[in-house]
Design a protein around this ligand. Structure first.
Ligand code: IMP
Ligand code: MG
Length: 179
């Protein structure tokens, strides 16, 4: 699999260290609060699995699946909910866990949708932030790494549904896209 990778943007050691820091910060910020973590399928799964085990307070988690219409490397902004939450969030402090904020359209939609359900609070944690590509004014409250405007794969991020299982963040060789 490593044959397809042109370069590594974030290695396994950096991921481990940063996720532990985020877990510590979230533990501190949500002490004594009823925290519901909402993971966004499918990309956020590895990050969520690592992050929750670095949070030292009792939490709940649930998942949503959304589809953004558009190609595999570009989202159009139109979002549809494919899987919704199991229950209401009115008594919860909600933390959305996402793999990456790129244009910001997906998170903007999710944020507005979830705010409409009146949670006690709503924050966002993203593993990666690509600020150069932003189309809407959305800022994650917590972020793992800021990356340049390159298409990243690994640690949940896919190209055509592949490479999510790479244990680090890499950039594909150009010939992989051109196939
Ligand atoms: P946004 O709506 O443009 O912010 O992008 C949201 C979704 O696009 C993410 O949840 C990813 O699934 C996908 N995406 C954006 N940038 C990348 C990337 O560099 N690699 C893989 N997927 C990406
Ligand atoms: Mg994707």
């Amino acid at each position: 699999m490593e044959r397809v990778i042109a370069k590594v943007l974030v290695n396994e050691e950096q991921i481990k260290k940063r996720v532990a820091e985020l877990g510590e910060q979230i533990t501190h910020d949500y002490a004594d609060k009823n925290l519901l973590i909402i993971g966004i399928f499918k990309g956020a799964v590895p990050f969520l699995a690592d992050l929750i085990r670095q949070i030292r307070i009792p939490i709940r988690y649930d998942f949503m699946a959304v589809s953004s219409y558009g190609s595999s490397t570009n989202s159009s902004g139109a979002v549809r909910i494919l899987k919704d939450l199991d229950r209401s969030i009115e008594d919860c402090h909600v933390l959305i866990v996402e793999d990456i904020v790129d244009t910001g359209l997906t998170l903007q939609y999710l944020k507005e949708n979830l705010l409409g359900r009146q949670p006690l609070s709503l924050k966002i944690v993203t593993f990666l932030d690509k600020p150069e590509r932003r189309k809407v004014d959305i800022h994650p409250d917590y972020n793992g790494f800021v990356i340049p405007n390159e298409f990243a794969v690994g640690y949940g991020l896919d190209y055509n549904e592949l490479y999510r299982n790479l244990p680090y963040i890499g950039v594909l060789k150009p010939e992989i896209y051109e196939q």
